[in-house]
Design a protein around this ligand. Structure first.
Ligand SMILES: NC(=O)c1ccc[n+]([C@@H]2O[C@H](COP(=O)([O-])OP(=O)(O)OC[C@H]3O[C@@H](n4cnc5c(N)ncnc54)[C@H](O)[C@@H]3O)[C@@H](O)[C@H]2O)c1
Length: 351
């Protein structure tokens, strides 16, 4: 396997690169290194003979053609994206550029690359497009997302992901590119940029800062450990059926408030503080367009590929908290220079 991973310096992409190298695959990591990337996430494999890094923008079609021709991958695992909903609310342009236009350029480059392959390699080629459960919109108290649930994205982020998913599927239907789409619930685990709920809460709680909870904290997300997701994506490269969509979830629905309270309790146990950290919780203005609940039916991928989540959420969360305690050198420079934890994604007051 020679897998070209886009976005491999990000949270999920770096976990995918580690898992692929451990599996003996050759990995070509194509990443533009935006604010969300952290090359330190790849320290352990940076000098591995099975790993190559190319600093490139997926919107650069000529560069995508050249990198495919140079490295001759057997598959593309496409994760590069602008990924933070709050940032998409105040600045959607980068989301349109990378998530939609960038995916278009990558699909076109892969289509032409694939067409020129000898037939056996063309048959075996795969393009796995990584998406999110957020494209399905918001659920009420009941029900779960299935692979045929209609798309109803709420945020500029999820709308841009939905658009890219439609492009990926159209490139399969129209051009026969062997595309597989995955829709996954919220990921957590080591090396997540500290703008997302779990690392943001861990780092603020450690610093004794107020812990923002949007609205009343009742919004529910399903959580999947990033290493379980990486294993599922590799299963799609190896055994997924072209033209199909697969949902991934962790069977771990939790309200945002429950997640924040659990982080507080875990930290209180691991690092003593003067007062329980849950007293730092502060309910703040809700996110505009905030989806109430996401829940995934992952029975298809379980049935067809034998994939299931391995980690229990509370155990995985404790391991994640411990990872941030043990890896200050990974996150301290980000907090000091890239993102200090300020509120993002509020609409400007209109006059
Ligand atoms: N994090 C989640 O909970 C989650 C859940 C489901 C699906 N996803 C999807 O998985 C993928 C990865 O998510 P993540 O959380 O790891 O994101 P991330 O923000 O941590 O990383 C994104 C990476 O993509 C790179 N990138 C951005 N624009 C690029 C461009 N134009 N060209 C090349 N590289 C570029 C960044 O430098 C970064 O390394 C995304 O497509 C996201 O939509 C994420």
């Amino acid at each position: 396997m020679r897998v070209l991973v886009t976005g491999g310096a990000g949270f999920i992409g770096s976990a995918v690169c580690h898992a692929l190298v451990a599996r003996g695959a050759f990995v070509i990591n194509v990443d533009k290194l935006t604010y969300a990337a952290n090359p330190r996430s790849l320290d352990a494999i940076a000098h591995d003979a099975h790993y190559a890094f190319e600093r490139l923008d997926i919107c650069d079609r000529a560069a995508m053609d050249a990198v495919l021709a140079k490295h001759q991958p057997t598959a593309v695992l496409h994760l590069a994206a602008e990924s933070h909903v709050d940032r998409s609310i105040t600045g959607a342009a980068a989301f349109i550029d990378t998530n939609i236009t960038g995916t278009y350029h990558l699909l076109e480059a892969a289509r032409h690359y694939c067409a020129d392959l000898p037939s056996a390699r063309r048959e075996a080629f795969r393009f796995v497009h990584v998406s999110t459960d957020e494209v399905y919109g918001s659920l009420g108290a009941d029900g779960r997302f299935h692979e045929d649930t209609p798309y109803r994205p709420s945020s500029p982020y999820s709308a841009s992901k939905a658009a890219s998913d439609h492009l990926a599927q159209a490139w399969h239907r129209t051009y026969g590119l062997p595309v597989i789409v995955s829709n996954c619930s919220n990921n957590y685990g080591p090396r997540q940029f500290p703008e997302k709920l779990i690392p943001l809460t861990i780092l603020k709680a450690l610093a004794g800062e107020a812990l923002p909870v949007y609205g009343d904290g009742s919004n529910v997300r399903d959580w999947l450990h990033v290493e379980d997701h990486a294993a599922g994506l590799i299963a799609l490269v190896e055994r997924g059926r072209p033209g199909e969509r697969y949902n991934f979830g962790g069977e771990s629905e939790r309200s945002n408030l429950a997640v924040v309270e659990h982080i507080c309790a875990t930290l209180d146990r691991l690092v003593a503080a003067g007062k329980p950290r849950r007293t730092l919780i502060s309910f703040v203005t809700d996110r505009p367009g905030h989806d109430q609940r996401y829940a995934i039916d992952a029975s298809k991928v379980r049935r067809e590929l034998g994939w299931k989540p391995r980690r229990h959420f509370e155990a995985g969360l404790e391991q994640t908290v411990q990872w941030y305690l043990d890896n200050r050198a990974w996150w301290e420079p980000l907090r000091a220079r890239v993102y200090g934890g300020e509120r993002l994604g509020l609409l400007e007051p209109t006059h």
